[in-house]
Write a protein that binds this ligand. Structure first.
Ligand code: ADP
Ligand code: MG
Length: 213
C-alpha cells in the first residue's frame, strides 16, 4: 500500500512540487500520469525513500521511509521495493546474472543462484544469464531489469516510463509482464507514464494525474 497526505518536495535549486493525496491499497495498480516535468519521477523517488519530503506524510508498505535513518532506509528499500528505473542501470562490468546478484548484496542477504535463474526464466531471458547487458536488445534489457526488480518479491513495484522507447506490441507486452509480476508478488504497482497507450492494457487500474494538487 501507498498513502500520502500533503506531500511536498522542494528541490534545493529548483521548483517546489505539491502532490495530491493518494491511497493505494496493497496489490492495486496506480497509473501516474502527467506531462514531462510534472513531478512523476520525483514522486517515485519520494515513495522509494531516495528523496525526503519537505512536508507531508508518506506511508509505504507500513513504513515511513522519511523517518528511517539512511542505512535502515537503504535496507528497507532493498527488501520492500522493486524499482524499474527509466534508465535501467545495468552494469556492463557484470553479466546479467551477476547484476541480479547485486540485489542480495544490497539487501544484506546471501545470494540465491536458483532464485536468480528462476526470475530470469519467468521473464523468458534465462538463456541470457551469461551475457553482458550491452549484448542485449532494448526489450531484453528491460526484461532483465524487471527480473531484477521482482527478485525479492517486493511489496511495491515502481516503474518509471516503462514503455517510453517501445513500439506498440512491445509496450503492451512490457505492461503485461509488469502487471503479471506484480500479481504474482501481491505487490502494489505504480507505473509513471506520459504514454497514452498505458491504460488500455491495465483494466481496473487507479489513475492519478500530476499537477492536480
Ligand atoms: P517528470 O518525471 O514528470 O518528467 P520530474 O519529477 O523529473 O518530472 O521533474 C519535476 C520538476 O522538478 C521539473 O520541473 C524538473 O525540472 C524539476 N527537477 C527534477 N529534478 C531536479 C533536480 N535534481 N534539481 C532541480 N530540479 C529538478
Ligand atoms: Mg520522469
Amino acid at each position: 500500500m501507498i498513502r500520502t497526505q500533503g506531500l511536498r518536495y522542494q528541490y534545493p535549486k529548483g521548483p517546489q512540487l505539491a502532490f495530491a493525496d493518494v491511497d493505494v491499497p496493497q496489490g492495486a495498480t496506480l497509473v501516474l500520469r502527467g506531462n514531462s516535468g510534472s513531478g512523476k519521477s520525483t514522486w517515485l523517488a519520494l515513495v522509494a525513500g531516495l528523496l525526503t519530503a519537505t512536508a507531508g506524510a508518506l506511508t509505504v508498505a507500513d513504513a515511513q521511509p522519511g523517518a528511517l535513518a539512511q542505512a535502515a532506509r537503504d535496507a528497507w528499500r532493498a527488501r520492500t521495493l522493486g524499482f524499474l528505473p527509466q534508465k535501467l542501470h545495468l552494469s556492463d562490468a557484470l553479466t546479467v546474472a551477476q547484476n541480479l546478484n547485486l540485489v542480495y548484496f544490497a539487501a544484506g542477504l546471501p545470494v540465491d543462484a536458483a532464485a536468480v535463474a528462476q526470475a530470469l526464466a519467468a521473464l523468458d531471458v534465462a538463456d541470457l544469464a551469461a551475457r553482458k547487458p550491452s549484448q542485449l536488445s532494448g526489450g531484453q534489457a528491460q526484461r532483465v531489469a524487471l527480473a531484477r526488480a521482482v527478485l525479492l518479491r517486493p511489496r511495491v513495484i515502481l516503474a518509471d516510463e516503462p514503455t517510453a522507447s517501445l513500439d506498440d506490441a512491445s509496450a503492451a507486452a512490457a505492461l503485461q509482464l509488469l502487471a503479471g509480476s506484480a500479481r504474482q508478488c501481491g505487490a502494489t504497482l505504480v507505473i509513471a507514464t506520459h504514454d497514452r497507450r498505458v491504460g488500455e492494457t491495465l483494466a481496473g487500474a487507479m489513475e492519478y494525474r500530476m499537477g492536480a494538487a
